[in-house]
Write a protein that binds this ligand. Structure first.
Ligand code: AMP
Ligand code: ZN
Length: 481
């Protein structure tokens, strides 16, 4: 499989430390509010990646954190603690907020067919591990105490910027402009490993540590959680593109300094979902959540389909119109699958051929858009319906669009409305569209009243809609041609 690696800036053959096994880590949500559908784009694409690795034969151990402490409003250790902000907003405790939004997050995931990672670890559960890592970093000379906080010393490592080529001067202006300088820092990109002091005194959750009562910085949780559950050698680390700097950059700095060897060779970043106005936000404009989609009558899986239609490395603009187009395409696909009959014997050669086509697209940097297109090719294939259904089921173990379940429901719905028995014994057999049934019925009534001009007019109207009627004994059969 070829997967783009943000650490080397190129598409690379994906290799693992232990053949056939993937240790995978993905940054989890900060549970101070609902996830917006932008956050969920990242989780959908990571879910597809995990499922595809399994499909390709890997055994995967996927670990994810839940950020319930230490993430400040700015990723660069400034501002308020996000969890505290959420607790104040809702007049609840930080732990109540964390529990509520963790549950809400997994509820959204369930609706989007996102599998739960093998291990999910709230950051507050591994404090001793972070303390151990921070102590080791101090011992090894990579961290220092200043003003009560412990900082990582970025000047001690030979290469700090992994994901971007910008120089330190440019970055300094971009990050620091208008922001109060933390005078404790020796270098501008030094970051906090452990907080005890200053504006963070109203922090609700605090733990004892060798440096005083305090709490961990945001970055250390991902290193600590990953090293505990993925081991010393991580194969694949994922997150949204905004996590690349400073969060992932800092994770690498502290993990490799602690371990004394390379930590994770492959980094995968999902591009953002934006609104027409720019970056998606929880505070500005419409707060786009899965619940909002549902309230507006959208199937959350149509949103998943919308995400899969684009490549994960391209930023995507969300508009209701774009979502409506995805809904149309998704429903059309389901309607086509619903028309397949479970007949014939599965042709394993055809199945293998399509599996190879699917893998060719996915092996090319997870090209889900082309994999979705391959679904349409399956529908057009010159094979029996049972084989087509088997291929679709195979694809859907990765795409997770519930295609067969939705098609079965559609078939049931069609069966429920397809045959309409009138009082006079006239039967209309169609494709389950009440509006068409009504026109066919009106045509029958016109014929009965000897109004042949009207009957012909209705037939023409249906024909213009691509519908053909065949009169049968005591009824009519219609179909879209
Ligand atoms: P957070 O809950 O803020 O820690 O973010 C959770 C995940 O969503 C992280 O992997 C972010 O990189 C990712 N993310 C944040 N905003 C967006 C967006 N607009 N589109 C896609 N992913 C995002
Ligand atoms: Zn992380």
């Amino acid at each position: 499989m070829y997967l783009y690696n943000s650490a080397t800036h190129k598409k690379e053959e994906f290799k693992t430390h232990t053949p056939g096994h993937v240790e995978m880590y993905t940054c989890g949500p900060t549970v101070y509010h609902f996830a917006h559908i932008g956050n969920l784009r990242s989780y959908i694409m990571e879910d597809v990646l995990e499922k595809y690795l399994r499909f390709a034969g890997y055994d995967v151990n996927r670990v994810m954190n839940i950020t319930d402490v230490g993430h400040l409003t700015s990723d660069a250790d400034e501002g308020e603690d996000k969890m505290l902000k959420g607790a104040k907003r809702e007049h609840k405790t930080v732990m109540e907020i964390a529990q509520f939004y963790t549950d809400a997050f997994f509820d959204d995931c369930r609706k989007l067919n996102i599998k739960r990672p093998d291990i999910v670890q709230p950051a507050t559960g591994l404090i001793d591990d972070y303390i151990h890592i921070v102590s080791t970093l101090i011992e090894k000379g990579y961290a220092y105490l200043a003003g009560g906080n412990v900082y990582f010393d970025t000047s001690k490592i030979s290469r700090y910027y992994i994901f971007n080529d910008h120089n330190e001067e440019d970055l300094a202006v971009g990050v620091r402009e208008g922001v109060e300088e933390d005078t404790n820092k020796k270098n501008k990109n030094d970051f906090v490993l452990w907080f005890t002091k200053s504006k963070f005194e109203d922090q609700a959750l605090k733990w004892d540590s060798p440096w005083g009562v305090g709490y961990p910085g945001w970055h250390i949780e991902c290193s600590g959680i990953s090293m505990k559950y993925n081991g010393e050698y991580l194969d694949l680390h994922c997150g949204g593109v905004d996590n690349a700097f400073p969060h992932h950059t800092n994770e690498i700095a502290q993990s490799e300094s602690y371990l004394g060897h390379t930590w994770c060779p492959h980094w995968c970043h999902v591009a953002h979902l934006n609104t027409e106005g720019g970056k998606m936000s929880k505070s500005k404009g419409e707060f786009l959540t899965v619940s909002l989609l549902e309230q507006k009558g959208y199937d959350p899986l149509a949103y998943r389909f919308f995400c899969l239609q684009s490549h994960y490395r391209k930023s995507l603009v969300f508009t209701w119109e774009n979502l409506d187009n995805a809904v149309l395409a998704y429903n059309k696909l389901i309607a086509k699958i619903a028309n397949l009959k479970d007949e014939g014997v599965v042709d394993e050669t055809v199945r293998a051929e399509y599996r190879a086509k699917f893998m060719k697209e996915m092996d090319n940097d997870l090209n889900t858009a082309m994999a979705v297109t391959a679904l349409y090719d399956v529908l057009k294939a010159g094979t029996n319906d049972a084989s087509k259904l088997a291929v679709i089921a195979d694809f859907d173990t990765v795409l997770s669009l519930s295609l067969l379940e939705k098609a079965a429901a559609k078939r049931k719905e069609n069966a429920g409305t397809a045959a309409v028995q009138t009082a006079g014994g006239y039967t209309i057999t169609g494709e389950g569209d009440p509006a068409v049934d009504a026109l066919v019925m009106a045509r029958y009534e016109a014929k009965k009243a000897k109004n042949f001009a009207e009957a012909d007019r209705i037939r023409d109207e249906l024909k213009a809609q691509g519908i053909e009627i065949v009169d049968a004994r005591d009824g009519a059969v219609w179909k879209r041609v």
